[in-house]
Write a protein that binds this ligand. Structure first.
Ligand code: HXC
Length: 261
């Protein structure tokens, strides 16, 4: 598959997607988002891949939707295509994927860029990272999770302020607020993100899928329903051969060999 807006490579058991429109700060054109969806789909189906990683450059993660491309659109057009859910690619694929995916954010992640990072399972940030939902300055608003995921991640007060003013958050505020899991020196970010993704990819894959589903339940259901889901998911991990292997390997003081079954 030839991609024009992203770079796609496998590094060990990690599928790496690098946003690659440097001249426009990795602006998320419809073509780019569709390519991200295609790459995610391909990695989902690739048995060698156990975890996905999406990143930009050291300078910028993504400055949001492609404004010139968006500028000429009208409501009937956006409604008809259900933008930003374009043609069964892009955002829907990202949101329905089962393999864990982490975002490595350096530089700005704005608008749809912040939303893309938040659509991943967690975000590692460099000390130069900045997050924002500046759509209000264009007299529009977030459309792919900025008012929803950001609010759940950092709470109403900060999300409200960021979405209403367009103020950016730096890396340390983002970590303090729970938007990112860790901050790394910029020169270490991509290496550490890859190592983290590789660690996840080495676990039993059906189990990482269960864990991901269970953590997501915490966002989507009541505590009671989430606790029930977790209990049943935990119990069902005992149906996998890997669970026996994991515990047996501990008892025998050796490294486990998982078959992803
Ligand atoms: C298209 C963009 C762009 C964008 C930057 N560029 N952001 N092109 N869409 N979102 C282009 C600029 O036009 C410029 O190209 C080049 O990238 C560098 O940008 P500069 O403005 O010259 O750089 P700088 O002064 O460093 O400012 C960087 C910036 C600023 C703070 C990121 O560009 C900016 O405010 N961009 C818009 C951010 C934004 O509003 N994002 C939300 C979009 S709406 P040229 O050719 O002039 O050199 C959105 C809705 C999502 O995301 C809805 C769901 C998907």
């Amino acid at each position: 598959m030839a991609y024009e807006n992203i770079l796609v490579e496998k590094k060990g058991a990690v599928g790496v997607i690098t946003l690659n429109r440097p001249k426009v700060y990795n602006a998320l054109s419809m073509a780019l988002i569709a390519e991200v969806g295609q790459a995610v789909n391909a990695f989902e189906q690739d048995a060698e891949v156990g975890c996905l990683l999406i990143q930009g450059s050291e300078k910028v993660f993504a400055a949001g939707a492609d404004i010139p491309e968006m500028a000429s659109k009208d409501f009937p057009e956006l409604f008809a295509m259900n933008f930003p859910y374009v043609q069964g690619d892009g955002w829907e694929v990202l949101e329905s994927r089962r393999k864990p995916m982490l975002a490595a954010v350096s530089g700005m992640a704005l608008g749809g860029g912040c939303e893309l990072a938040m659509a991943c399972d967690f975000i590692l940030a460099s000390d130069t990272a900045r997050f924002g939902q500046p759509e209000v300055k264009l007299a529009t608003m977030p459309g792919a999770g900025g008012t929803q995921r950001l609010t759940r991640a950092i709470g109403k007060a900060k999300a409200m302020e960021m979405c209403l003013t367009g103020r950016m958050m730096d890396a340390s505020e983002a970590e303090r607020s729970g938007l990112v899991s860790r901050i790394l020196p910029v020169e270490e970010l991509f290496t550490e993100a890859l190592a983290t993704a590789q660690t996840i990819a080495e676990q039993s894959r059906p189990v990482t899928a269960l864990i991901k589903d269970a953590v997501d339940q915490a966002y989507e259901t009541s505590l009671n329903a989430g606790m029930r889901f977790e209990r049943h998911a935990f119990q069902s991990s005992f149906a996998f051969e890997d669970r026996s292997e994991g515990m047996q390997a501990f008892v025998e003081k050796r490294a486990p060999t998982f078959k992803n079954r």
